[in-house]
Design a protein around this ligand. Structure first.
Ligand code: PEP
Ligand code: MN
Length: 340
């Protein structure tokens, strides 16, 4: 159920409706929009009796939400969610294209600083580096852990870039929430429901990657898990799904972008690095992502891609990244988008 408040409803009206919902034993999620506030009700097993709420001051109407996802839905919030970072012009979901760039894994302080310097200069607002890596093989490099988080905290301090990094389990999530600006939940954990709920109890934005074989509905339900815990700052990311095609690592499903935007108010990024697995395919698919309406891009960059400790084959060199950003800038204008 969804309680739509009148445009002139007061803060007191909204508070009273939330209190009433909580008194009925449910959870109230008050989400302000440009014109009006909507209050989502979760935790109800069956239908909520609308009568008790409909008569309250400031209430316009009580709507039944028939879709399984509620808080992520455009029914709840008509306009796009914009996630911003005070003190910077970096946003997810605004007219500007968010550029998230960095190495798959932080390998050393020198490596991280050299990349941060170049991606910042080229126009990225977010630095993304892996501290905890979910690797297919237990013998592959697993990441530097907390040491990498400390290096990224220094990167933020030095370059003003916002930090995005992945949490792979409950333990790493606590540390990531402490150090990072955005918590990434990777494809392999998209349906790790206890991890999603834990991320939902933090107050840091969550970048949620699509599972390798997740349908649109499963993806939105994963975001709903985070939001149901009261964290409404969720950024979705298309990173390719597994298909029979073997010319790329994954099949980048750009049609997900308009499909998500029709159903949800949440921002959506495209990750052409994991989406293709091949460095030469990253620029064309990044441009295609912008053209398809993505709110941002996630790009892996390495000073010496062929010697990277993980995902070198899909990492751009500095020159490759700079060239890509020049092309994105040219394409942004005609699409009425902005790039720093
Ligand atoms: C990553 O972003 O480095 C990563 C492991 O991505 P994914 O979860 O999409 O495979
Ligand atoms: Mn990677």
């Amino acid at each position: 159920m969804l309680v739509v408040m009148q445009a002139h409803a007061t803060a007191e009206d909204i508070r009273r409706v939330c209190d009433k919902i909580e008194a009925l034993g449910y959870r109230a999620h008050s989400i302000p929009g440009a014109e009006r506030t909507a209050i989502g009700i979760t935790g109800n097993k069956g239908e909520v009796e609308p009568g008790t709420l409909e008569e309250m001051p400031g209430v316009q109407e009580v709507i039944k939400v028939t879709k399984p996802y509620k808080l992520v839905s455009r029914d709840m919030k008509e306009e796009n969610t914009v996630i911003s970072f005070p003190g910077t012009d970096a946003t997810f979901g605004g007219p500007g294209l968010a550029v998230v760039a960095g190495p798959c894994a932080i390998e050393s302080r020198e490596q991280a600083f050299s990349i941060a310097e170049r991606v910042e200069r080229a126009g990225a607002q977010f630095f993304r580096g892996g501290a905890y890596k979910p690797r297919t093989s237990p013998y592959s490099f697993q990441g530097l852990g907390e040491e990498a988080l400390k290096i990224m905290a220094e990167v933020r301090q030095h370059f003003g870039l916002k930090i995005v990094t992945e949490a792979i389990d409950h333990e790493s999530l606590e540390l990531v929430a402490e150090y990072a600006d955005v918590i990434q939940i990777g494809a392999r954990n998209m349906q790790n429901f206890s991890l999603l709920k834990k991320a939902g109890r933090t107050r840091k934005p969550v970048l949620l990657k699509r599972g390798m074989s997740a349908t649109l509905e499963e993806f939105l339900m994963a975001a709903e898990y985070v939001m149901s815990e009261g964290n409404y700052q969720v950024i979705l990311c298309e990173r390719g799904v597994r298909t029979f095609a073997d010319h790329t690592r994954n099949t980048l499903d750009l049609s997900l972008i308009p499909a998500v935007q029709r159903l949800s108010h949440l921002p959506i990024l495209v990750d052409p690095s994991h989406g293709t697995g091949k460095r030469e395919y990253v620029p064309p698919m990044a441009l295609a992502g912008l053209a398809a309406g993505a709110d941002g891009l996630l790009i892996e960059v390495h000073p010496d891609p062929d010697r990277a400790m993980s995902d070198g084959a899909q990492s751009l060199s500095f020159a490759g990244f700079e060239k890509l950003l020049e092309s994105l800038k040219k394409l942004a204008g005609p699409l009425e988008r902005q790039l720093n």
